[in-house]
Design a protein around this ligand. Structure first.
Ligand code: CAO
Length: 238
């Protein structure tokens, strides 16, 4: 067997062909491995009742309808302002926390052959319409010609939404030097007990991975509850 041939161990069992990783895939792979091994991850699962939010979105004319992700970006941004322990980074001396006064949020965008994370600036201070416009622009730019490096730096927190594809929950990997990341799966209508009867409610699964050196489980539970509460009052996010 040729030791220098990466295909050799596989070709012993059948036909196989090589496919070189792109530069972007190599960078993403190295960062994922580094973050997964260096950061003690815990993933907290919860779900938000988005029945009112869905009715609110569906009441908008089709050309003005915003995706649920846009409401989520604003809800997360406001929650980062109130639960400030999530808007920090561990400095390189490993003994100083950098507490940020700005709220910049990264959005994972599924692009051919990889993943890009554009960062939206000052999400806590912007309207839903403005955020929605940027999500559309930046995701089509990411899928087209790609994004310049400075569009993907300086994030405080990342949201990874797989809701349009499917799934009930997953463990997103923290995007260092951030200390938490929110994964979102597909909204489902489920019977929920209201104390007297089962009611059909639209439930959005939330999966919050957090750096357990810096954030404790109770805070993670509070973070998800606050997001759920904010999504329950969509008008207040406008
Ligand atoms: N539940 C059910 N359906 C959902 C949903 C959810 N949580 N989120 C989106 N959808 C469906 C809806 O049909 C929605 O249309 P309406 O708003 O009209 O109902 C449609 O998907 C919109 O999807 P979209 O992808 O065009 O827009 P988005 O704002 O939801 O997401 C983006 C934008 C760029 C985040 C997304 O396209 C994407 O790339 N997601 C993948 C991210 C990813 O790869 N994460 C993994 C990273 S780690 O490997």
């Amino acid at each position: 067997m040729d030791e220098s041939d990466p295909l050799a161990p596989f070709e012993a069992f059948g036909s196989a062909s090589p496919l070189k990783l792109s530069r972007m895939q190599k960078i993403v792979a190295a960062r994922m491995a580094q973050n997964w091994t260096a950061i003690p991850h815990v993933t907290h699962h919860d779900e938000a009742d988005v029945t009112i939010l869905e009715a609110y979105r569906n009441a908008c004319p089709p050309d003005r309808k915003l995706t649920a992700l846009v409401f989520l970006i604003k809800a997360v941004a406001l929650t980062l302002r109130s639960l400030k322990q999530f808007n920090v980074s561990l400095a390189s001396d490993s003994s100083t926390l950098v507490v940020k006064d700005y709220v910049h949020i990264g959005i994972a965008v599924d692009v051919e052959g990889g993943l890009l994370v554009p960062v939206l600036r000052d999400c806590d201070r912007r309207s839903l319409r403005d955020l929605g416009k940027e999500v559309q622009e930046v995701s089509s730019e990411a899928r087209g010609k790609g994004l310049p490096y400075d569009r993907m730096t300086g994030g405080c927190f990342t949201i990874s939404s797989l809701g349009g594809i499917g799934g009930t929950g997953f463990t997103p990997i923290i995007n260092a030097p951030e200390v938490a990341i929110l994964g979102v799966s597909r909204t489902v209508v489920r019977p929920m007990w209201d104390g007297e009867a089962f009611q059909p409610r639209s439930m959005l699964p939330l999966s919050l991975s957090y750096d357990h050196r810096i954030i404790n489980g109770a805070d993670a539970a509070r973070f998800c509850r606050e997001i759920a509460d904010r999504l329950g009052d969509p008008q207040s996010l406008e």
